[in-house]
Write a protein that binds this ligand. Sequence first.
Ligand SMILES: CC(C)(COP(=O)(O)OP(=O)(O)OC[C@H]1O[C@@H](n2cnc3c(N)ncnc32)[C@H](O)[C@@H]1OP(=O)(O)O)[C@@H](O)C(=O)NCCC(=O)NCCS
Length: 178
Amino acid sequence: MKLKTPRLILQPVRIADAKAFFDHASIPEVANNAGFLPSSITETKKYILKSAAEWKKTKPERMTFSILLKREKTWIGSLELRWLQEGVGEIGFFIHPNFWGNGYATEAAKATVKWAFRRGHAHRIQGSCWEKNAPSIKVLKKLGLRKEGRLRGVAKLGKTIQDDFLFGITIADWRRDR
Ligand SMILES: CC(C)(COP(=O)(O)OP(=O)(O)OC[C@H]1O[C@@H](n2cnc3c(N)ncnc32)[C@H](O)[C@@H]1OP(=O)(O)O)[C@@H](O)C(=O)NCCC(=O)NCCS
């Protein structure tokens, strides 16, 4: 499955992406903010193999995309849509710091949310991030997700336990606001 936007292609992550994935995921500004990322190349390969196996299922529980620039075919990041239960998806993403601030995360995530509501049978999409992750909060809000609360003590950054903010959008919100 591929999603195309004016500037991007989102395609299922492949084992050939492992090096680019880990090189990006291990940059401190990325790794310190995205809690779900693997911490070694071996772990990255395992994670990608699991993701590739998920993609083969009729209903993947985890849909992990590589994000590529459409024109240059450059790998710029990754986005994951994880199904928490039937119709409820959680979105997470990271973009290489060289490409921050160009609207790419917003463009990729908007296309995913649209797909989820239109074709993926979602009735709710949520996302969470560390309370001080201002760019991620901005992206989640630009997608139309609303802040719903604070998940106390849910995030661990090194030895520090921190709070996350939870954001969500229902299909009714999405239909009304778009
Ligand atoms: C979060 C992340 C994916 C955003 O990627 P991006 O492609 O730069 O995002 P966009 O360009 O679509 O939007 C970023 C917005 O944050 C804003 N922003 C950037 N730094 C900011 C800061 N320190 N304070 C407030 N807003 C900030 C940008 O100005 C932009 O908003 P605008 O379009 O209204 O100007 C990227 O910063 C990243 O990979 N971070 C590390 C991993 C991570 O935190 N992932 C999310 C966890 S789920």
